[in-house]
Design a protein around this ligand. Structure first.
Ligand code: SAM
Length: 290
């Protein structure tokens, strides 16, 4: 039975490098190139906001067949969903504290940002990430301190601006964020998720589709990095030694493997002021390693 829009999960909020716009194309390729059955396991490595895992759940893949991993606070969020420690009442309290007056939200968000990051980290993170300007990654500088560039302000159009409608300081706004997280909690509590470095992953299970979405070459802003080609070789070696059947897919802004798919040619994106200069076109490739 196909899911109605109301039943469909959505990522909590946008994230730098997130794949929500192209997750459908990526999962279409998994289905086209693999015989997916009840035993197929999916690994969403460097899962961030979870776009690909969420698309898999929306297609009917069982949550228990999905393993998520990320080193950032997204990893802590997914781990808290997986181990049952995410407390929706605490999140509800944080959501209720956000001012109803949109023009006061940015000040409140900056206050959360200034508070020790080691207390209620995942709850604060969701609010900070939803408020991050350009959806840039929010990450921990150390256990107690957050790091980001800037937060969205409540923006109203000027006479000369291209955009004619206001821009909200949070995307999504607080109640939608709460609803999205509630649905995730309801439908994804059986996932297996860990907050750790990708190099800590133990040998993948047999019959696995491993999707990796690393920081793209020449991009920065997540706070950590690794060499993707070396990593894929390491995975393939350990699968071979242990006689495991795996298939690895890697997102990048360029072609990395002989067998690869150009998912999107990229587009020029102007800012709200309409300035289209100096904006690079970013291609999206899905590289396949058999
Ligand atoms: C392009 S983003 C992933 C976006 C994600 N697919 C989504 O749709 O939101 C890259 C991710 O790699 C994670 N990452 C970077 N280095 C890592 C490492 N060494 N181990 C685990 N995760 C890492 C970052 O935390 C970030 O979330």
């Amino acid at each position: 039975m196909s899911k109605t829009k109301k039943d469909k999960l959505t990522i909590p909020c946008a994230y730098q490098g997130g794949k929500s716009r192209i997750a459908k194309d990526i999962v279409d390729i998994f289905y086209k190139e693999n015989e997916i059955n009840e035993d197929t396991k999916f690994y969403d490595l460097c899962c961030g906001s979870g776009s690909v895992s969420i698309e898999l759940i929306n297609r009917g893949i069982k949550a228990e067949n999905i393993k998520m991993l990320d080193k950032s606070v997204w990893g802590s969020f997914w781990q808290s969903i997986s181990d049952g420690s995410f407390d929706i009442n605490i999140f509800n309290t944080y959501i209720n504290e956000i001012p109803k007056n949109v023009s006061e939200i940015q000040k409140h968000v900056k206050y959360i940002y200034s508070q020790p990051a080691n207390i209620d980290t995942v709850y604060k993170f969701l609010i900070l990430q939803a408020s991050s300007f350009g959806s840039k990654a929010i990450w921990l500088k150390n256990k107690n301190e957050w790091c980001t560039s800037s937060f969205r302000s409540y923006w109203t159009p000027t006479k000369t601006s291209n955009r004619k409608s206001p821009v909200n300081p949070m995307m999504p706004m607080p109640n939608t964020l709460l609803e999205r997280v509630k649905m995730i909690l309801d439908k994804m509590d059986n996932i297996k998720a860990v907050c750790t470095d990708i190099n800590d992953l133990s040998i993948p299970e047999n019959n696995s589709i491993i999707y990796i979405d690393p920081p793209y070459q020449n991009t920065s802003g997540y706070g950590y990095d690794f060499n993707i080609i070396d990593y894929v070789h390491k995975l393939q070696q350990s699968a071979k030694i242990n006689k495991m059947k795996i298939k690895v897919y890697v997102s990048e802004g360029r072609k990395l493997s002989e067998n690869s798919h150009l998912i999107s040619e990229g587009r020029k994106k102007g800012g709200i002021s309409g300035d289209r200069n100096n904006n690079k076109i970013n291609q999206e490739w899905l590289n396949v390693f058999d």
